[in-house]
Design a protein around this ligand. Sequence first.
Ligand code: FAD
Length: 359
Amino acid sequence: MEHQVDVAIIGGGQAGLAVGWYLRRRTDLSFVILDDQHAPGGAWRHTWPSLRLFSPSSYSSLPGRLMPTTGADNPDAAHVIDYLTDYETRYDLPVRRPVHVSAVHRDGEGFRLETIAGTWSARAVVSATGTWSQPFWPTVPGRRTFTGTQVHSAHYAGPAPYAGKRVVVVGGSNSGAQIAAEIAEDAELIWCLEGEPHWLPDEVDGRELFRVATERSRALAAGQPDPGGVAALGNIVVVRPVKHARDAGLLRPIPMFDRFTTTGIAWPDGREREVDAVIWCTGFRPALRHLRPLHVREADGTIRTDGTASVQVPRLYLMGYGDWTGPGSATLIGVGPTAKATVAALKRQLATPTPVPTR
Ligand code: FAD
């Protein structure tokens, strides 16, 4: 079956929905949102049970609708899923699911999308496929022959199976700190990092991160020098459980091991330690496999962009993957401004003829 739209948005998480909201509000363009999950929520359907947002609900809203409040505690993933479900319905966003887009091809001035539900042709494409489906596992010798259990944070389902065990948590970012904090309660935690943990000041939460991202957006839009993101301050948000564990002395990092033995881990100086399980909190990569036919990926896995527009392929936009697609754009509150700018650019671009692609 062949479908035709002006704009195809690939991915129905927060980034795809925010673009849909502005397309509906600000344009007459026809569009569809193709999402490969069975239900709304995007990445939030795949987080661990105890995960809480960095910020209160008042700082976690998409354009047009405030997230309902949750009292003293920051929202959990279930609350975000409910919010996104309501958002789709309330604004009657044309989400089709489950529809996995396997390939995006150039087709004249526009694109042809291959999906499990037929072919879509679109004058422009917004890729908003997130990162959750591409967990990153570092290469460590012996990993495949290690006999203990291994899981990536993408599939970590809570601390219960690890009680009483010797558990390595690898990684010094937010997922590493949050999972280490809850593992340490009932297990012997071995928290392995490259270098030291970079704690943000305790009073810094998602509100401050948003403020810094907003200042950065404004400076860049005004052609001023890049003031930098929050990285200079640190990267671990000290949410309440992390603060408790750190202050109780439970989060004591040690250097990263460099190989596995069959039953444990080992360091370059020859020290070895028996362990039962390893939880890899080593991040994610952008889910961009569907764009392979366009040959746009750089060596670092990103795509060269001007704002959110691909520099090489006209009418291709990238949304929500991280700072390279706009400061703060991988957060609920930060994705709105980039979605707005993307829709403004799309509207202009679809009103003018497309130049020939550069490769
Ligand atoms: P996603 O939510 O991943 O949505 C993309 C959708 O596209 C998914 O449904 C996916 O299945 C689908 N898809 C992928 N490939 C295809 C394809 N080929 N065809 C069709 N569909 C496809 N953010 C905040 O705002 N506040 C926080 O406090 C916060 N805390 C976090 C804490 C941790 C520990 C982590 C790891 C992340 C946190 N985040 C937070 C970030 C947030 O979870 C993600 O960045 C966000 O969900 C990304 O939204 P997205 O719409 O870009 O992608």
